[in-house]
Design a protein around this ligand. Structure first.
Ligand SMILES: [Zn+2]
Length: 283
């Protein structure tokens, strides 16, 4: 069984081909935000047409970096790349490869990838946080069941208010977790990429206060067996996870015996691709 997996993010996009559960082809490129949706559709179309010439594609999964209406299988919009509003992305991909893909947002897809193939194996419920250009969350219950909520908006922790008087977020609210902690705004606010910022221990100590306020909500609401954090910022490793665990223990006082088990994603940049594989094969 051959599965095409597509990961569309605000900073990069990736396409992979799996033979059963083995990744046999992989291509990753930077997202040209200014060129918008049509540029990306053109790139995806060209790669998939090339691969289709040498492989039969049986099924396809897509993780999209923005809200997705799962029932209608439509992109709602992207706050990071223009032109995606209401896009029938599965319909476009179907025209290229001849099979109907299944699509979810990239946080749900990444959650599924880590739950089945990565750091969340055997841990249910699992909460997955993607700490990247933006911030998203995914909840996996039972074996491989994503909790999507009534309107596909469950897990949208990025727009939880952390600082009510904080700066304006791209969503229109103020002081959202995403506004305070995501890669896009770190770079705009500090003029340096996150990887550089985390070399300064004093920065990390300040940063984890807001991040822990967001994660505390997930812990109190869900009591997850484990929290897995993926996305580019999670690559800061111990410089992030050490202070974060300490801050969570400080915020979640001893009255709650809820476990604080927070680990980096095991699949690195490929969580969403493995999740897309799982989405295509299980949903
Ligand atoms: Zn927001």
């Amino acid at each position: 069984m051959t599965t095409l997996a597509i990961d569309i993010g605000g900073t990069k996009f990736a396409v992979a081909l799996f033979e059963d559960e083995r990744m046999v082809k992989h291509q990753r490129q930077a997202t040209d935000r200014a060129a918008g949706r049509d540029w990306m559709l053109d790139r995806i179309g060209s790669i998939t047409r090339d691969w289709r010439a040498s492989h039969r594609i049986d099924r396809c999964g897509i993780g999209f970096g923005g809200p997705v209406d799962f029932e209608k299988q439509r992109v709602v919009f992207s706050t990071h790349v223009r032109g995606w509003d209401g896009c029938d992305l599965p319909g476009f991909v179907q025209e290229q490869i001849g099979v109907r893909p299944i699509m979810d947002n990239d946080a749900n897809t990444g959650a599924l990838g880590e739950a089945l193939y990565g750091a969340g194996r055997g841990c249910r419920p699992l909460f997955y946080l993607t700490l990247s250009t933006g911030i998203g969350g995914g909840i996996v219950t039972g074996g491989a069941t994503l909790y999507r909520g009534a309107d596909s908006y469950a897990g949208e922790i990025g727009h939880l208010t952390i600082r009510p008087d904080g700066p304006e977020c791209l969503c229109g609210s103020r002081g959202c977790l995403e506004r305070m902690c995501c890669g896009l705004w770190l770079e705009r606010d500090y003029g340096r990429p996150a990887q550089e910022l985390f070399q300064d221990a004093a920065f990390a100590e300040r940063y984890v206060v807001d991040l822990a306020l967001g994660l505390k909500a997930a812990i109190m609401l869900l009591n997850p067996a484990r929290i897995v954090i993926g996305g580019g910022i999670s690559k800061a490793g111990d410089a992030l996870f050490g202070p974060l665990r300490a801050e969570l223990r400080r915020q979640i006082t001893a009255w709650s015996r809820a476990r604080i088990d927070v680990v980096p994603a095991a699949l690195g940049d490929d969580s969403v691709l493995y999740g897309a594989l799982a989405l295509a094969s299980r949903t």
